[in-house]
Design a protein around this ligand. Structure first.
Ligand code: DAK
Length: 256
C-alpha cells in the first residue's frame, strides 16, 4: 500500500508511502487516498495529520511519466479525480494539517492547500512548477492558492513556477508555522493540540463559515455566518461551554 492510515488517540494519520518517487501522486495513490479519506470521515478521529514517508519529500506532485500520452478526456477525468479527492480533505468534519517536510510541488502542494493548516520544516521547499512542464495546476492550485495568499502572490508563484522556501512561505501565509522538532507526525500532532480542546462542532461551523464565506459576497457571507452561528448555538457543547463559564470550571465538550 502506498497510502497508510493509522489512528492514535484523537488523531488519524495518513502517510504517503512511496519515498523512492518522492511520494509522487500516481492515479493509484489518489484512489488509495480517496478510500483512506472515507475511512477517516467515518471514524471518531478529531483531527487528521498528513505526512510523506522518507526525509526528502512531503510529495513531489503528480506522477509525471504517468501523465504522458493520455487522451484529453482521460486527463479531464484525471483532474476531476484529483480535485474530488482533495475536496474530500477540505470537507472533513475534523480539521487537518499537512506537514511539509522537504519538497511539496504541484499536486503535493495542492493537497496541502486542501488541508485546514500547513506546517513546514525549516528545509521545506514548495511551489507549483506546472508551467515548467507546459501545464497548469489541475488539482485545485489555481483556486485555493489565491484564496489563501491573495491573487498577486499566487499569480507570481503559479506563473513563475518558482520554489518558495519555508521562511517565505510562513511570511506570505502559505504555511501557518515552521517547526522542525521531532518526526512529521509529532509536528502535526503538536500543531493540532490547541484546537483539540474545543468542540468539534464549533471548529467545523467556524471553518465552514470562513471557507464558504470566502466564495461569496460580504452580504451572503454574513448570512452564512448568521445561520452557522445559530446552528452552533443549538449544540449541547454550546450549552456546556456557557454553563462551564458561569460555573467557573473548564468545559467538557462531547462534540454534539
Ligand atoms: N513524478 C514521478 N517521479 C518523480 C517525481 C514526480 N513528480 N518527482 C521525483 N520523482 C522521482 C525521480 O524521477 C527519481 O526517480 P529515479 O530516477 O530515482 O527512479 C526520484 O523521484 C528522486 O528524484 P530526483 O532524483 O529528481 O531527486 P532530486 O533531489 O534530485 O530532485 C525534485 C528533487 C523534487 C527537485 C525533482 O525530483 C523534481 O523536480 N521533481 C518533479 C517536481 C514536479 O515538477 N512535480 C510535478 C508538478 S506538476 C493534471 C494537470 C496538472 C497536474 C495534474 C493533473 N491533469 C489535467 C490531470 C499537476 C501536475 C503536477 O503536480
Amino acid at each position: 500500500m502506498s497510502v497508510e492510515l493509522t489512528f492514535s488517540e484523537h488523531f488519524a494519520v495518513i502517510t504517503l508511502n512511496r519515498p523512492k518517487a518522492l511520494n509522487a501522486l500516481s492515479f493509484g495513490i489518489l484512489t488509495e487516498l480517496d478510500r483512506a479519506l472515507d475511512t477517516v470521515a467515518a471514524s471518531s478521529a478529531r483531527a487528521l495529520v498528513i505526512v510523506g514517508a522518507g526525509d526528502k519529500a512531503f510529495c513531489a506532485g503528480a506522477d509525471i511519466p504517468e501523465l504522458m500520452n493520455r487522451t484529453l478526456m482521460q486527463e479531464h477525468q484525471g483532474a476531476g479525480l484529483g480535485q474530488a479527492v482533495f475536496n474530500k480533505i477540505a470537507a472533513l468534519t475534523m480539521p487537518s494539517v499537512a506537514v511539509i517536510q522537504g519538497y511539496a510541488f504541484g499536486g503535493g502542494l495542492e493537497m496541502a492547500l486542501a488541508c485546514t493548516f500547513r506546517v513546514a520544516t525549516e528545509r521545506a521547499k514548495m511551489g507549483l512548477p506546472e508551467v515548467k512542464l507546459g501545464l497548469i495546476p489541475g488539482y485545485g492550485g489555481t483556486q485555493r492558492l489565491p484564496r489563501l495568499i491573495g491573487e498577486g502572490r499566487a499569480l507570481d508563484i503559479i506563473l513563475s513556477g518558482r520554489t518558495v522556501d519555508a521562511v517565505e512561505a510562513e511570511r506570505i501565509g502559505l504555511v501557518n508555522r515552521i517547526d522542525s522538532e521531532g518526526s512529521p507526525v509529532e509536528i502535526g500532532q503538536r500543531f493540532m493540540e490547541p484546537y483539540l480542546k474545543h468542540s468539534l462542532c464549533a471548529l467545523y461551523f467556524a471553518r465552514e463559515a470562513v471557507l464558504r464565506g470566502n466564495q461569496v459576497s460580504l452580504d451572503e457571507g454574513l448570512r452564512i455566518e448568521r445561520d452557522l452561528s445559530t446552528l452552533a448555538y443549538r449544540t449541547n457543547d454550546a450549552v456546556e461551554g456557557m454553563t462551564a463559564f458561569t460555573e467557573k470550571r473548564p468545559a467538557r465538550f462531547k462534540d454534539h
